[in-house]
Design a protein around this ligand. Structure first.
Ligand code: GDP
Length: 659
C-alpha cells in the first residue's frame, strides 16, 4: 500500500508570515527539533538555506521539503513571494496539487496576494487560506475573508474562528465540531480539543459555512433545512470536493509566530487539498498533438516533469515531479524536446540542504534527481511513450544591466553564467556586438543583483552591475521587399545564395514560401527560415516579429548550401531593417498600488506622474499600466508619498511604443 501524498505550496505577499509558517510546519511534523525565528540573529529560518535569502530576509529558491502528517507525505515546495521571482512561483505552481494562501489578519489582501491569486487561477490550483498574525493589534480575520471574496473573487469560507484576538489570541474554535482548540507545552505541541459554546460571531460563521457547503450537495441542503443533525464526515467530504474544484476556499486562522493554529491547518491540508490522483493532468503527444489525460498509475510508462534545477554541495540536482509510473535510478528516459536520452543516477528528498536518499518515486511524488542534464520546464518520458506536459508561461526579461568582471577570470564567469541561464529561464546573457560588453537581462533590478551575488558565492567571481535600464524591442512599421545575393568565392568551397521576397510588420515571426518552378529547392526552406528568425533575435534591439514571404531566388550548382541560404536570409533582413523605419518599443507593466484610503490621491498621483494610465481605482487600491522605465525607484517614492503605508506589485504586460 503506497502512502498518501499532498503536493502543496505556500504563497503570500511578502511579510505575511510564510517563512515563519513553513518553519512551524517542519517543527510540528517532527522534521526539525527546534524553532528558529525568521531574521533572528541565530541564522534564520530552516527553509531559507541560501545565505542571500537569509541576508535579505526574503525567500528566493523554491526549495522543497517533505513532512509526514497523519500518515500522509506532504511535499512542501517553498514558493518565493517577491515579484521579481514570479517565474519560480509559476514553475512550482505547475507541479502543485494545492496551496496554502497566507494572509495577514491586519494587512489583509495586499498587492501581491492579487498576483498570486491570478497565478493559482491560471494553473487551476485549489487553495486553503491561513489568516496569520491574529495576535496583532487590529487583527480582523472576518474582514480579511470579506476582502478575499470581494477583491480576489475567491469563494472563501471560514472553517475556524479565533479564540480571542490581538493580545488575547489563545487558540481557535473549530466551527464544524464546535470545539475549542488550544495548545500546550513549551512549543505549543500538545493540542487539546473541548466542546464549547459558540459566541454569536462564531455561530453566524458556522451557519455561513454550513450553508456554503450545503449548496454543493442536495442531501446536506435538505438536512440543513430540516434542522436535524448533520453528518460531519459528509460535510467534510463535500467541502473537500468543492475545494478541489476551486468552488470553495476553506479559511483557517491563527498566529504562526505564537505557535497557534499550525497543527489544525496541517489537518486541513490533508482533509481538504486533493491527492495527486484527484487532479486532472493533460499531456500532449508531440507527434500527433493529440491531448491525453494522464492517470497517475504506478504500472504506466514513466512520465515526469523537471520544474527546477539546483546547484548544491552535492552537484547539480533536478527537481522532478513524477506523473506516471515508478521512477528508479538507471531507468531510460528521453527529453522529448531535444530527443536526448537521460538516466537518473540518484533520487533524494531534500530537507533544506540535507539530502535523504530514496529508492524510487511514485506518481505524485516530488524528488531531487542527480545525473540529469535538462533545462527546467522539461518533460521526461519513457522513450516508447513520448508525451509533453504543457509548456510554461515564461515571462519576458524586461530589465537589463551591464556586467563588468572585477575578479575571478572570464572562464569562470562564462561557466557560472551558463549554469545560471540553464537554471533560470528568465535570465538571458547578451553580448553587445559593438562594445563587446556583457549585458544581463532579467525580471527586475533585484533579480539581477541576486544573480551577481550568486556568481560571487557559488563561482567565486566578483562582478559589478551597471545602472538598470529597460529591455527594448523594435517593430517594423511598413512592408519592404528585398532581393539579396550572398556570394563568397575566395579560396576553399564557395558560398552562394539569392533570396527574393517581402517582409511585413507582424507581432510574431511568420514565414511563407511561395517559390515556384524550383528557383530555390525546398530543401533550403528550413535554412532560410532559420536565418530570418536569427536575424530578428540578433537585431539590436530584438525585433518583435515579421511576416516573411519568400517568392523567388537562385542557386549555384556547387556553392549553394544550407549555410549559404541561412547567411543570405540574415543579411537580407539586416537590409530590410535599415529601410523599414522600425519603431522603438518598451516594456509596459501592470501595476497595482495599495495604501489606506486617505492616501488614495497620493497613490494615483504617484502613478500618473510616471506616465501611468489608471485602469481602475477604488478606495485603497489603484491599478494602472506604466512604462517600466519610469518605475525604477518607485518603491522608495511610494513609501515617502504614503508615509510608509503603501505597497505595490507589478507584472509585465506587453511591449508598446515608448512615451
Ligand atoms: P514572509 O515574508 O511571508 O516569509 O514572512 P515572515 O515569516 O518572514 O514573517 C514576517 C514577519 O512577521 C517576521 O518578523 C515574523 O516574525 C512576523 N510574524 C510571522 N508570523 C507572525 C504572527 O503570527 N504574529 C506576529 N505578531 N508576527 C508574525
Amino acid at each position: 500500500m503506497s502512502i498518501d501524498i499532498r503536493n502543496i505550496g505556500i504563497s503570500a505577499h511578502v511579510d505575511a508570515g510564510k517563512t515563519t509558517l513553513a518553519e512551524r510546519i517542519l517543527f510540528y511534523a517532527g522534521r526539525i527539533r527546534t524553532i528558529r525565528d525568521v531574521k533572528g540573529g541565530d541564522g534564520g529560518a530552516h527553509m531559507d538555506h541560501d545565505p542571500l535569502e537569509t541576508d535579505m530576509g526574503i525567500t528566493i529558491d523554491a526549495a522543497a521539503t517533505t513532512v509526514r502528517w497523519r500518515d500522509t507525505d506532504v511535499h512542501v515546495v517553498d514558493t518565493p513571494g517577491h515579484v521579481d521571482f514570479t517565474v519560480e512561483v509559476e514553475r512550482a505552481l505547475r507541479v502543485l496539487d494545492g496551496a496554502i494562501l497566507v494572509l495577514s489578519a491586519v494587512a489583509g489582501v495586499q498587492a501581491q496576494t492579487h498576483t498570486v491569486g491570478r497565478q493559482m487561477d491560471r494553473y487551476d490550483v485549489p487553495c486553503v487560506a491561513f489568516i496569520n498574525k491574529c495576535d496583532l493589534a487590529g487583527a480582523d480575520p472576518a474582514l480579511v475573508v470579506e476582502q478575499m471574496r470581494t477583491a480576489l473573487d475567491l469563494p472563501a469560507v471560514l472553517v475556524q474562528w479565533p479564540l480571542g484576538l490581538e493580545h488575547d489570541h489563545r487558540g481557535i474554535i473549530d466551527l464544524l465540531t464546535e470545539e475549542s482548540v488550544t495548545f500546550e507545552g513549551s512549543e505549543n505541541e500538545r493540542v487539546t480539543r473541548a466542546r464549547t459554546e459558540l459566541s454569536p460571531g462564531a455561530r453566524a460563521a458556522r451557519e455561513a459555512l454550513l450553508e456554503a457547503v450545503a449548496e454543493h450537495d442536495e442531501d446536506l441542503l435538505e438536512a440543513l433545512l430540516d434542522g436535524g443533525p448533520l453528518d460531519l464526515e459528509r460535510v467534510r467530504a463535500v467541502l473537500a470536493h468543492a475545494t478541489h474544484l476551486r468552488q470553495l476556499v476553506p479559511v483557517f486562522v491563527g498566529a504562526a509566530r505564537q505557535n497557534l493554529g499550525v497543527q489544525p491547518l496541517l489537518d486541513g491540508v490533508v482533509d481538504y487539498l486533493p491527492r495527486p490522483e484527484q487532479r486532472r493532468v493533460v499531456a500532449t503527444d508531440p507527434e500527433t498533438e493529440a491531448l491525453h489525460e494522464v492517470r497517475g498509475d504506478v504500472d504506466g510508462a514513466v512520465l515526469a516533469y523537471a520544474f527546477k534545477l539546483q546547484e548544491t554541495d552535492f552537484g547539480s540536482l533536478t527537481w522532478l515531479r513524477v506523473y506516471r509510473g515508478i521512477l528508479r535510478p538507471g531507468v531510460a528516459l528521453v527529453d522529448v524536446r531535444t530527443g536526448r536520452k537521460q538516466r537518473p543516477r540518484r533520487l533524494s528528498r531534500l530537507d533544506a540542504g540535507e539530502t535523504l536518499p530514496v529508492a524510487e518515486a511514485r506518481p505524485g511524488e516530488i524528488v531531487a534527481v542527480s545525473g540529469l542534464d535538462v533545462a527546467s520546464g522539461t518533460t521526461l518520458s519513457d522513450p516508447d511513450h513520448r508525451l509533453v506536459i504543457g509548456e510554461l508561461h515564461v515571462p519576458e526579461p524586461v530589465v537589463q544591466r551591464a556586467l563588468r568582471l572585477v575578479d575571478g577570470g572570464p572562464d569562470r564567469l562564462g561557466r557560472g553564467l551558463s549554469r545560471m541561464v540553464r537554471e533560470d529561464p528568465t535570465l538571458r546573457v547578451v553580448t553587445n556586438g559593438e562594445t563587446g560588453e556583457t549585458v544581463l537581462h532579467g525580471m527586475g533590478e533585484l533579480h539581477l543583483e541576486v544573480i551577481a551575488h550568486r556568481l560571487r558565492e557559488r563561482f567565486g567571481v566578483q562582478v559589478v552591475l551597471g545602472e538598470p535600464s529597460v529591455a527594448e524591442r523594435q517593430a517594423l512599421t511598413k512592408a519592404t521587399s528585398f532581393d539579396y545575393v550572398f556570394k563568397r568565392q575566395s579560396g576553399g568551397p564557395g558560398l552562394y545564395a539569392r533570396v527574393v521576397g517581402t517582409v511585413e510588420p507582424a507581432t510574431s515571426f511568420e514565414f511563407d514560401w511561395t517559390v515556384v518552378g524550383g528557383a530555390i529547392p525546398t530543401e533550403f526552406r528550413a535554412a532560410v527560415a532559420r536565418g530570418f528568425r536569427t536575424a530578428l533575435a540578433e537585431a539590436e534591439p530584438e525585433v518583435v516579429g515579421a511576416h516573411v514571404v519568400i517568392t523567388d531566388g537562385s542557386t549555384h550548382p556547387n556553392d549553394s548550401s544550407d549555410r549559404a541560404f541561412e547567411l543570405a536570409a540574415r543579411m537580407a533582413f539586416r537590409e530590410v531593417l535599415a529601410k523599414a523605419e522600425p519603431n522603438r518599443l518598451e516594456p509596459w507593466m501592470r501595476v497595482v498600488a495599495e495604501a489606506p484610503d486617505e492616501w488614495q490621491g497620493a497613490l494615483i498621483q504617484s502613478l500618473t506622474k510616471r506616465r501611468g494610465r489608471v485602469l481602475e481605482a477604488e478606495p485603497g487600491r489603484v491599478e494602472a499600466e506604466v512604462p517600466l522605465s519610469r518605475m525604477f525607484g518607485y518603491a522608495t517614492a511610494l513609501r515617502s508619498a504614503t508615509s510608509g503605508a503603501g505597497t505595490f506589485s507589478m507584472v509585465f504586460d506587453r511591449f508598446d511604443t515608448a512615451v
